[in-house]
Design a protein around this ligand. Structure first.
Ligand SMILES: Cc1cc2nc3c(=O)[nH]c(=O)nc-3n(C[C@H](O)[C@H](O)[C@H](O)COP(=O)(O)OP(=O)(O)OC[C@H]3O[C@@H](n4cnc5c(N)ncnc54)[C@H](O)[C@@H]3O)c2cc1C
Length: 449
């Protein structure tokens, strides 16, 4: 039996980053035939499609330096342009700071709701802050944004995104990803068009050519090919004897594992787990994602220039129930190399869409593009339409989330398995986090931080 110092499970950004930063003997095992995980890019008739929009938001110096070094000249920096589509019009993201132009009754409901929420907060503060923390996402939204913003955006949009009731989600994930503007900012945004974008991701970087997979290729180029196994999956992890069995029958001994495969799959591959760990295997919930890659042949304006979809906006959020999808992105609006000249590369995202028929989705998208927004003149201009599925989209922050991670991750680490990355650590995290997770995992010695 071959003995390996470190086995890396999963060849997405986390696994690749770990491989780049590890010293000593390692072997990377990836189930798919191509490295990259979520950061692969598919080519179809000259259109490039990421596994839906993948924009690099960089907030740490060391990861920015790594990305800049890897991509070199092949790097673009883009100012985010995102918007919400509701009441038949687009308003810039985030909804709560850009109420201008919405129907007056909606603006009134949103402002009054926020004022009432702020008043309740002030009263509570004056009484010493005795209110219990919000028990779930719905309570968080109603408390911090008020009933109007909750009703017209936060609750319907998030119900579609998470594919479950907002009361099933805890409030914990909100602070980083949901911007909370001041009352003054909301009032300003209701009275006049927006001046600047708010939120955690106002600028992003991206490869100038080749889609997000360019980053993966640049990482892979620096790694010795013979240490990478593709098209082979973890089948069984014998954690007591520190042995793995792979799908081709190979058995390997190891000192430590860095795993970025979904935590639920990792646990399912481990026999004889203690009962207090095993109970979490089936309780880790995540959304599955269905998405539609669209290649559009664009209409021309009077000067024969192609008319960009959605006035050049990069992606649109759809809170309304009448649309089965929660987001449509036009990737080539941000990075032109993602589509042939005169065309656009778009994606349409649906969560947990088990009961929605693909025909209905395509019909709804076509109506939106042709009849509602006049982005296209006819259906013939949809030259690529392909549905794809991701089994793991977003982890769900439900009641089991914290206890599961608190029990399972230290147990694994204690047994030489550092489970990290988006689905390894079972977190809502970005590509930058994945790069950082890989670096941190490489620096651990397998016995903990
Ligand atoms: C729809 C969507 C949009 C996103 N958009 C953005 C964005 O705009 N910006 C951003 O920064 N981040 C975005 N992210 C997050 C980003 O994709 C992830 O944080 C990051 O790519 C995670 O990398 P990873 O290596 O941890 O996981 P993954 O990319 O999932 O890699 C895990 C790897 O493990 C492999 N694997 C699974 N099972 C086995 C097995 N049994 N044996 C061996 N290998 C196995 C998989 O094939 C995969 O290659 C998005 C995520 C999603 C789902």
């Amino acid at each position: 039996m071959r003995q390996v110092e470190t086995i890396i499970l999963g060849g997405g950004l986390t696994g690749l980053s770990a491989a780049l930063h590890l010293e000593g003997d390692w072997l990377l095992v990836e189930r798919e035939s191509r490295l990259g995980g979520l950061t692969r890019t598919d080519e179809r008739d000259g259109f490039l499609f990421d596994h839906t929009g993948h924009w690099l938001h960089l907030r740490f110096e060391h990861t920015r330096a790594l990305v800049e070094e890897l991509l070199g000249d092949n790097l673009l920096e883009v100012e985010r342009r995102s918007a919400i589509y509701s009441f038949g019009r687009t308003s810039p993201y985030p909804f709560q700071a850009n109420l201008f132009g919405l129907p007056p009754e909606v603006v009134r409901e949103c402002l009054m709701g926020l004022i009432e929420a702020k008043m309740a907060e002030a009263v509570d503060e004056a009484r010493g802050g005795l209110r219990p923390s919000p028990a779930n996402f719905q309570e968080y939204v109603e408390r911090h944004f008020g009933d109007g913003i909750a009703k017209h955006f936060m609750l319907p949009y998030n119900t579609k995104l998470w594919g479950c009731k907002p009361t099933e989600i805890t409030a914990d994930w909100c602070s980083r990803f949901v911007p909370r503007p001041s009352l003054a900012r909301v009032v300003e945004g209701a009275l006049s068009p927006p001046q600047s974008e708010l939120g955690y991701n106002t600028r992003f970087v991206y490869p100038a050519t080749g889609g997000i997979e360019t980053l993966v290729r640049r990482m892979a180029e620096r790694l010795p090919e013979e240490r990478i196994l593709t098209g082979v999956a973890l089948r069984e992890l014998d954690w007591r004897h520190r042995r793995v069995t792979l799908s081709d029958g190979t058995v390997l001994g190891y000192r430590r594992i860095i795993s970025s495969i979904p935590l639920s799959l990792l646990l399912a591959s481990m026999r004889d787990l203690p009962a207090e760990i095993d109970i979490w295997t089936d309780r880790l919930r995540c959304t599955s994602l269905k998405y539609l890659n669209l290649g559009l042949d664009l209409p021309r304006d009077e000067t024969r220039a192609p008319r960009l979809p959605f006035d050049g906006v990069h992606w649109l959020y759809f809170p309304e129930e009448r649309f089965p999808f929660y987001r449509i992105g036009c990737a080539s609006n941000a990075v032109a190399s993602l589509a042939p000249p005169g065309a656009a590369s778009c994606y349409v995202e649906l969560s947990n869409a088990h009961d929605v028929s693909e025909v209905d989705v395509l019909e709804s998208v076509s109506r939106f593009l042709i009849d509602e927004t006049r982005t296209l003149e006819s259906r013939k201009q949809i030259v690529v339409a392909e549905f794809r599925r991701l089994s793991h989209g977003y982890v769900i922050f439900d009641e089991h989330y914290d206890p599961a991670r608190a029990a399972v991750l230290p147990f694994l680490l204690h047994n030489g398995v550092c489970s990290t990355g988006r689905f390894g650590a079972w977190v809502y995290s970005s590509m930058e986090d994945a790069l950082d997770d890989g670096i941190r995992a490489a620096r651990k010695d397998g016995k903990g931080e």
